[in-house]
Write a protein that binds this ligand. Structure first.
Ligand code: SF4
Length: 468
């Protein structure tokens, strides 16, 4: 599909009232749309071209050479859809080379030199070369109405405009534009902004997603972290995946299915009992919470689960609930990525929290020391890998046992498929000889429903420049 193939009433269909925004300056001024390969700037470029087909907008992308791989796919799709070429600036030194140049000093909220060196300066230098006398330069930034406190790049010689604010367009409308044109970037399945793979402004759930979806990028990021002496060997990669150990493919394994998913009248788990069990116990075990998501549909049969994903971990119940409330909001707003709408997502999504106990000599749930230098304050990539691996391993092992308990009756029906299934699980359990964590308790978690009037707080994770 291309821009010219959209129906004439497209803006109405998308709920956009173009009269709320007036194009500044003259059509023969310079009109620039910096694109990041993410959702907001891509949707903005599409809308601006649709609203002002007569204006020769120019699109610019400044590469950090550490971008999410999918960013390049989105840029390609945008070019093809709009029929315009995006100017792509490549730096001499990418993000990782810059870190090396700065003696291994990683960017952070207090020192965002990555943005300055890789986004602001190249953009500024390039634009200066484009400026002409008597021609104003306008730039359009995809800051949405639900994030009006976010900063946008400003420059004395450039007039910056934020059409989404005038048009009162929020996350939902932005995703609608993309879902109906080039598609929402797949990486939004696990993160809420575009940018560098290892950007320090990501949430823990996003970094857990990065580890599972882009292990090479994750390892690249892990190599530049500098753990303190006490953290250096604290989080080893010592949990083999169950799939690897028993010789099953991952899609033949599942996470435990909560009783309340099968029987709504089943008693809920006693959440209170879990409180305070995190940390090293007196008995040589340690405990942590993990959370996963299930998509269920009655038409699928069995327990109805048609998709599942490990979401995050925490050493406290309050911490994991907080993460899951934010994650729920993200899932609702990116429902299209699963081929369903927001209402269906609300219907089909089940969030599960589990508490795992594991031998304290193998699994480490200590907090990171303040002397460690990591992408995200308070958590290291090695720690994420360690706890995600142990979490997944323990959940898969628990599911095999749960499934064996559920299929006991199949032993009496050796010709049935369930009998075959059961024999496979028995063989798997026999091969599972290494230690696993013990899933002490697990249950559905009902997240806090988002308040539609509430702004989605992204100020802590937004990179004002990278998400242009
Ligand atoms: S996306 Fe993150 S790491 Fe990349 S330039 Fe922006 S702030 Fe820096």
């Amino acid at each position: 599909m291309s821009l010219s193939q959209l129906p004439v009433d497209t803006l109405d269909q998308w709920g956009v009232d173009a009269s709320w925004f007036t194009l500044p300056g003259k059509p023969d001024d310079q009109h620039w749309i910096p694109v990041s390969g993410g959702a907001d700037s891509s949707a903005l470029a599409i809308l601006m071209h649709l609203m002002y087909p007569e204006v020769p907008f120019k699109l610019l992308f400044t590469d950090t050479l550490a971008e999410e791989p999918e960013i390049y796919t989105t840029l390609d799709k945008l070019e093809a859809f709009l029929g315009v070429q995006i100017i792509r600036l490549k730096p001499e030194l990418g993000l990782y080379e810059l870190i090396e140049k700065f003696g291994g000093y990683m960017p952070s909220a207090s020192s965002r030199y990555c943005t300055r060196e890789l986004k602001l300066r190249p953009w500024e230098a390039f634009l200066k070369g484009q400026m002409q006398q008597n021609q104003a330069v306008h730039t359009y930034v995809g800051v949405r109405a639900d994030e009006s406190s976010r900063l946008a790049f400003a420059h004395p010689l450039i007039e910056t405009h934020m059409p989404f604010l005038d048009l009162d367009l929020r996350r939902k409308e932005v995703y609608r534009v993309l879902a109906n044109t080039i598609g929402i970037p797949r990486s939004y399945d696990r993160r809420s902004r575009s940018g560098c793979s290892c950007c320090p402004f990501q949430r823990t759930t996003e970094l857990v997603g990065l580890y599972q979806a882009q292990p090479i990028e994750f390892k690249r990021g892990m190599r530049v972290e500098k753990p303190s002496a006490s953290d250096a060997d604290r989080f080893p990669a010592n949990a083999t995946s169950v799939a690897e150990e028993v010789g099953l493919t991952a899609n033949h394994l599942s996470f435990p299915i909560p009783a309340r998913l099968i029987d709504p009248d089943a008693s809920p788990s006693t959440w209170g009992r879990w409180q305070g069990r995190g940390g090293v116990s007196l008995f040589g075990t340690t405990g942590f919470f993990v959370a996963y998501e299930l998509l269920v549909h009655p038409g699928v049969g069995g327990d109805g689960v048609w998709w599942q994903n490990f979401v995050t971990f925490s050493t406290s119940l309050a911490g994991i609930k907080k993460q899951m409330d934010t994650f729920y909001l993200h899932r609702l707003s990116t429902a299209e990525l699963k081929g369903i709408d927001e209402d269906q997502m609300r219907e089909e999504l089940r969030l599960v929290i589990a508490f795992i106990e594991a031998p304290a000599d193998l699994v480490n749930t200590h907090k990171l020391s303040a002397e460690s230098f990591t992408w995200k304050p308070g958590v290291s990539f090695a720690q994420i890998r360690h706890l995600v691996d142990w979490g997944r391993r323990s959940l898969h092992a628990a599911w095999i046992k749960q499934e064996l308990a559920r299929t006991v009756d199949a032993e009496d029906h050796p010709l049935g498929w369930m009998y075959e299934h059961r024999q496979g699980l028995k063989a798997a359990l026999e091969k599972l000889n290494d230690v696993t964590g013990d899933v002490v308790s697990f249950d559905l978690y009902e997240p806090r429903e988002p308040d539609p009037e509430e702004e989605f707080d992204e100020t802590l994770i937004a990179c004002p420049m990278c998400s242009l």
